[in-house]
Ligand binder design. Structure first.
Ligand SMILES: Cc1cc2nc3c(=O)[nH]c(=O)nc-3n(C[C@H](O)[C@H](O)[C@H](O)COP(=O)(O)OP(=O)(O)OC[C@H]3O[C@@H](n4cnc5c(N)ncnc54)[C@H](O)[C@@H]3O)c2cc1C
Length: 435
């Protein structure tokens, strides 16, 4: 069969890999100039490694991604350094500090929950969620309701509310409990990356696909997909029409709705009814290390008044020598698309962020900054509401030959490159069977 894939993110590339191996003629159309999608990176002169546009790492439990890499024979290029994650806490007598929070021992020593019953409830609830496999009843209630009941108001407000508020903003109280279950169930404290950065992996994968015979076209924006008169689909890319037997779209649900307005009305309504958050991430190259303690990931509650949700010192994860001695930090936030951060310039955003960075290291000065880059996306984090499984669009759309595999469908899992690979390969399996 002649198959088109829209998007050279990890979902699209994983699907192309299996479809090509099954003998199909596969073309990937990618609107950007590079592969990798949301996990793509950028490079500066003097940097040997890529820096992700949006900070990325893998978990040791990312079996679909790590399994694919093993199949490709590239496992020796996967690295699992030991970075340190910290959590903010403001005590009665201090201005707020960061405490290690990436092991059971560190969690036990974290002062934010005191030393009594709260800590035990936090531990027991975490253990239950980690061990339980039964997420279905959990999607019938919100994180807010479930946690208040089982962990108690104090534990919830100190430990979990900051996370859901940070990720989901106005939807924080409406997110279902299966989402939090999935994060606790599937994630590890061990964090990994690929030699050269995620972009190096994306480029290597794209080159391998090309060698296998997959056509990958960059700067190729799909504009419309419609059923063709004699069967199959007509795909319009950069104003030119092409004919295919099947097509797989790996973009946001909103974009699929625009690309294929011929889809039945109720299906379109379902796509447009799915909510998501955008993200704005500022990357800075500094002339020195920010965290003297070597911390990698700072969890920051919105209520503490920082201008961003997460601060990540990438070069406390991979050495600064890969970036010509530059120290790379990210300041990121999940935001609604209308948020003013989407319209601020790099300099304006830096001005907003400097006071927050100084709360992490009071010595930090503007003069330390050698470079500033800001990356923005409107589609960063799908929002799962109560009974969300009923809202997930099927990979097979009602339009014959048209398939859809996106971040919004990997539920109950939180989106991630691991699940992009899983759904891409699942879509390929379904498509391959339909002749
Ligand atoms: C801030 C942030 C942090 C993250 N952190 C992590 C992490 O630590 N670990 C992790 O594994 N994942 C992380 N993720 C999630 C991860 O990036 C995504 O889950 C994954 O990359 C999604 O892959 P995909 O192929 O489904 O979609 P995408 O990567 O979005 O790929 C879709 C592709 O379609 C292309 N496209 C769009 N429109 C068109 C068009 N009209 N025509 C042609 N092409 C088009 C896009 O350019 C894009 O390349 C993070 C995401 C964000 C935003």
């Amino acid at each position: 069969m002649k198959i088109a894939i829209i998007g050279a993110g990890f979902g699209g590339m994983a699907a192309a890999y299996d479809l090509r191996r099954a003998g199909h003629a596969v073309t990937i159309y990618e609107a950007a100039e590079q592969a990798g999608g949301l996990a793509a990176g950028f490079k500066q002169p003097g940097w040997d490694w890529w820096v992700d546009k949006f900070y990325h790492h893998w978990f040791a439990s990312d079996k679909h991604m790590l399994g694919l890499i093993e199949e490709l024979g590239w496992s020796d290029q996967v690295l699992f350094p030991r970075p340190y994650t910290v959590m903010y806490h403001q005590g009665r007598d201090d201005d707020g500090r960061f405490y290690p929070f990436d092991s059971i021992l560190a969690a036990l020593l974290y002062p934010g929950l005191g030393w009594g019953l709260d800590k035990i409830r936090f531990g027991l609830v975490g253990l239950y969620l980690r061990l339980s496999s039964n997420w279905r009843p959990l999607e019938k209630t919100t994180v807010d309701a479930w946690m208040r009941k089982w962990a108690g108001d104090r534990v919830y407000e100190r430990m979990w509310l900051p996370l859901v508020q940070g990720k989901f903003g106005p939807y924080a109280k409406d997110v279902n409990m299966a989402w939090l279950w999935a994060r606790l169930h599937a994630r590890t404290t061990r964090l990994g990356t690929f030699e050269g950065g995620f972009q190096a992996f994306a480029d290597q994968f794209a080159a391998h696909l090309s060698e296998m015979g997959v056509r990958i076209l960059f700067n190729a924006r799909a504009e419309r997909i419609a059923t063709a008169a004699g069967g199959g689909l007509t795909l319009t890319v950069n104003s030119a029409e092409q004919h295919f037997d099947q097509a797989l779209v790996t973009t946001s649900p909103g974009l699929l709705a625009k690309l294929a307005p011929q889809l039945p009305e109720d299906y379109l309504r379902g796509l447009l009814g799915l909510h998501s958050m955008g993200a704005v991430v500022m990357t800075l190259a500094l002339d020195r290390q920010l965290s003297a303690e070597g911390y990698y990931w700072y969890n920051i509650p919105k209520s503490a008044g920082f201008p961003f949700l997460a601060l990540v010192e990438h070069t406390n994860f991979v050495p600064a020598e890969h970036f010509g001695g530059d120290h790379i930090i990210y300041c990121g936030d999940y935001l609604e698309v209308g948020h003013e951060y989407f319209s601020l310039s790099e300099e304006e955003l830096l001005e907003r962020f400097i006071p927050g960075i100084q709360r992490v290291n009071p010595d930090f000065r503007r003069e330390w900054v050698k470079g500033v880059w800001v990356h923005k996306t409107h589609y960063a984090q799908p929002v799962p509401l109560v009974d969300h499984s009923a809202n997930i669009p099927d990979i097979r759309t009602p339009l014959p030959g048209l398939y859809f595999a996106s971040m919004s469908q990997v539920y109950p899992w939180d989106r991630g490159t691991n699940f992009a690979v899983e759904i891409g390969r699942k879509a390929a399996g379904i498509m391959g069977q339909q002749v």
